[in-house]
Write a new protein. Structure first.
Length: 261
């Protein structure tokens, strides 16, 4: 609370899976915004029925009643597995874990999380960044519209400028399913062999998690598999739990199917 003249409350957002003690921060005070001139529809969208202004921020209330900002509604997306995630949180995780990434923009495409990064210091192909990623075709700037005048990333523009690359990255996951199906039938595949890098197939973060859950191994163990051969020979987790190769291949055939819309 800024001062005694300001009232604040949290409103749950069920469609984003946000429930108390989290919710959208809504405020009311003497000098608060009253509405958009001549635009009743926009005013109704911005205000609650009891006169609170919707800030668009997601807050969390502590036990002592204090509210802290934890996210933006615009940065929350629903994935194909039904779960919600924060794009801003992914931005922060990538930036913190990979100092060589100078700019990052996490996005939702086809129900999966992906990222566009400006990282001239990183080698080709890009290392695993936690989500499938492509290189930015140019640095983000206000001049090309990928940054707003206040220098915030404009996700819509970044998405539009890199959509073809992102779709190609996700669509390449079909190659993995094709390879596994052919191999299960004892057929040869000319395009791929055991040395084919997993990163080049565009396996998504959701798919890594699904595979790890089925195999009973940590996600980082699956992500550490650099090639198809590495993945096929992955046989134990950190506790030494045996994993049958046949089971791994069966899971891959049924689980690693891209969902692009």
């Amino acid at each position: 609370i800024v001062n005694s003249n300001v009232k604040a409350k949290l409103i749950e957002i069920p469609e984003l899976g946000v429930f108390f003690p989290r919710g959208e921060i809504c405020v009311q005070c003497v000098d608060a915004f009253e509405g958009y001139f001549g635009n009743t529809e926009a005013t109704q969208t911005a205000m609650t029925d009891d006169g609170y202004y919707r800030t668009g921020d997601i807050g969390e209330q502590s036990k002592d009643g204090k509210i802290r900002v934890v996210d933006r509604i615009s940065g929350m997306v629903k994935l194909s597995n039904g779960k919600f995630c924060s794009l801003e949180a992914i931005d922060s995780q990538i930036a913190a874990a990979h100092p060589a990434v100078e700019q990052v923009c996490a996005l939702e495409v086809g129900g999966s999380t992906v990222a566009v990064v400006h990282a001239p210091q990183l080698p080709d192909p890009l290392p695993w960044l936690g989500v499938p990623a492509v290189r930015a075709n140019q640095p983000f700037s206000a001049a090309n519209g990928m940054l707003t005048p206040s220098l915030k990333v404009c996700r819509r523009v970044v998405r539009d400028c890199h959509m073809q690359s992102l779709l190609s990255l996700l669509a390449s996951g079909e190659k993995l399913a094709t390879w596994l199906e052919a191999r299960s039938r004892g057929l040869d595949t000319e395009e791929m062999d055991d040395t084919t890098p997993l990163l080049s197939l565009g396996v998504t973060s959701a798919q890594y998690a699904q595979l790890a859950a089925e195999l009973g191994v940590p996600v980082h163990a699956v992500a550490a598999a650099a090639t198809l051969g590495d993945l096929r020979t992955l046989s134990t987790d950190s506790c030494g739990v045996a994993v049958a190769t046949a089971d791994a291949e069966a899971v891959m055939r049924t689980r690693l199917q891209p969902s692009i819309t």
